[in-house]
Design a protein around this ligand. Structure first.
Ligand code: PLP
Length: 287
């Protein structure tokens, strides 16, 4: 496996960064998770745009144009002969001293890792998953914007830990007002009486690219879809609940905090959108 690291392709074993890298010392940096389906990179430009916006927001200058960076990612995929892959792009503030001042970091560290896909078990998409809500809260837009995909993922990691403690694999995170924000690394949608809702990003959710693709598909299908806030209660009494993300794609949620959702099976809207999503991912991407 070849990794792009600071201007060179190196073997996995040699792909190491300094202990003085501020990505490591302080979580100072941004990242992206992108997916290639049968040679198509899904919504590539959107991922690149989000990476540059995240970096701009934290005043981290990426020393490549978007075209150059896109090309590096494509070269990484080619070098590894991938047709289907999960791609992780990391840009950290780079090597500095022990102080947190980013002005002492000379150049950002740039890493592109492409890996063969570890696809979730097929039955997960047929049966749906069981989730819980957890005590950890998501930051809202009055602190670091939830739109920034930064290397600070401690909230999300705590969510994962709390979901394991509860004996399930995923959890929903609320903001400090008790509105449901998202999953640990996915966005949430609920369906009730024919209306599909997903929380607006400002309440504390990453503006997911899969989320936006699902909104586009739902609009095309003529569904009534809205960005709106909702609470745990609304999730418990929804007709359907599902999560979306680059890694998870679209997965039904059939139990939340021990409450079965509807008849406990993935619903028709969820199944329809998953079918449509699977259809576009191999067609709509960048070759
Ligand atoms: N929310 C968080 C916190 C995430 O890390 C991710 C993953 O990137 C998502 C949602 C889903 O976003 P996307 O569909 O762009 O992968």
């Amino acid at each position: 496996q070849w990794i792009f690291l600071n201007g060179k392709f190196v073997r996995k074993e040699e792909a190491v960064v300094s202990v003085f890298d501020h990505g490591f010392l302080y979580g100072d940096g941004v990242f992206e998770g992108i997916r290639m389906y049968e040679g198509n990179i899904f919504r590539f430009d959107e991922h690149i745009a989000r990476l540059y916006e995240s970096a701009h927001s934290i005043m981290l200058n990426i020393p490549y144009t978007k075209e150059e960076f896109s090309d590096i990612i494509i070269q990484t995929l080619k070098k590894n002969n991938f047709q289907n892959a999960y791609i992780r792009v990391v840009v950290s503030r780079g090597v500095g001293d022990l102080g947190l001042d980013p002005y002492n970091c000379k150049a950002p560290s740039i890493i592109v890792i492409a890996e063969a896909l570890a696809i979730f078990p097929k039955e997960l998409y047929e049966t749906g998953i069981d989730v819980v809500t957890v005590p950890t809260r998501r930051n809202r837009s009055d602190v670091l914007s939830p739109k920034v995909k930064s290397l600070n993922y401690l909230n999300n990691i705590l969510v994962k830990i709390e979901s394991h403690i509860a004996g399930v694999s995923e959890a929903l995170i609320m903001n400090d007002e008790g509105y449901i924000a998202e999953g640990s690394a996915d966005n949430i949608f609920i369906v009730k009486n024919g209306v599909i809702k997903t929380p607006p990003s400002y309440i504390g959710a990453l503006e997911g690219i899969t989320r936006n693709a699902i909104i586009d598909l739902a609009v095309k299908k003529g569904y009534d879809i809205r960005e709106d806030v909702f609470t745990r209660h609304d999730v418990y009494v929804a007709d359907e609940v599902f999560l979306t993300g680059t890694a998870a794609e679209l997965v039904a949620v059939v139990k939340v905090d021990g409450r079965q959702i509807n008849d406990g099976r993935p619903g028709p809207v969820t199944n329809q959108l998953l079918t449509d999503f699977r259809d576009i991912v191999t067609k709509e991407g960048t070759k």
